[in-house]
Design a protein around this ligand. Structure first.
Ligand code: KIV
Length: 261
């Protein structure tokens, strides 16, 4: 029997490969990574894809939201995470204000690819489908992001569940279909009502990767700090920390400090 040639990382992030994996029932695990040890540990643990999210702004850089993150921040942390990886696809967020037109989007994406990302993610549905098409047309793999869009948190005045009404659920399905048609290989679906999430997941062939949107997704993404309790001052309602890394660090330091008493 002929052996199948294993897909390269780039090929694994193609819409065709991702749709085939979804059709096989593959569930995709995605966690955020922002630096070398974080990325290396998550690869060693076997996470499918890693995301250098602009949640970097909150859980690493100490900003109140993602709107302060710059392209230089993202490139610096993408390069650090990439150095920790040998085989895991790495996706990096295009931060706010870096994809306001097609040329800017392509230029910004190339900065993140040069830093070691295999793909970029941007926020927006129908309104951004042409932007996604420009990127994929330039040969850049794109993950979409619909539902609650953290880069719009100041405009929206908070993080609220989307898709609770028929109109808003239908609009989200249109967003998803537009991004799929534009060539996105997967969609983050953030803080979306679970029935609407199910409609989105059924409407598109590419995988939906949920966060705070229930189980009717083809994969899940979490901010790693929320999962492991490394940012103990805040955790979203939809995550139960599976570890308490913040407490572990404080305990170790307190033990070490005893010698100074
Ligand atoms: O910035 C981020 O970490 C994200 C995920 C939460 C999806 O966009």
């Amino acid at each position: 029997m002929t052996e199948l040639h294993p897909l390269t990382v780039a090929e694994r992030l193609s819409p065709v490969a991702c749709a085939a994996a979804k059709a096989r029932g593959k569930r995709v695990s995605v966690l955020t990574a922002y630096d070398y040890p974080g990325a290396r540990l998550l690869e060693e643990a076997g996470v499918d894809w890693l995301l250098v999210g602009d949640s970097l702004g909150m859980v690493v850089l100490g900003y109140p939201d993602t709107t302060h993150v710059t392209l230089a921040d993202m490139a610096h942390h993408t390069a650090a995470a990439a150095r920790g990886l040998t085989r895991t696809p790495l996706i990096a967020d295009l931060p706010i204000g870096t994809y306001d037109d097609d040329a800017a989007a392509i230029q910004s994406a190339r900065v993140l690819l040069a830093a070691g990302a295999h793909a970029v993610k941007l926020e927006g549905g129908v309104s951004h489908a042409n932007r996604v098409a420009a990127l994929t047309g330039a040969g850049i793999a794109v993950m979409g992001h619909i539902g609650m869009l953290p880069q719009s948190v100041l405009l929206e005045g908070g993080y609220r569940i989307k898709g609770r009404t028929e109109d808003s659920a239908s609009a989200l399905v249109r967003d998803a279909l537009a991004l799929e048609a534009a060539g996105a290989f997967a969609l983050v679906v953030e803080l979306v009502d679970s029935a609407a999430t199910q409609r989105i997941s059924e409407a598109v062939r590419i995988p939906t990767i949920g966060i705070g949107s229930g189980e009717a997704c083809d994969g899940q993404v979490l901010v790693t700090h929320d999962l492991v309790g490394a940012f103990p001052w805040f955790h979203p309602k939809f995550v139960t920390p599976a570890a308490h890394v913040g407490e572990t660090i404080k305990g170790a330091v307190k033990n070490w400090l005893q010698q100074f008493e």
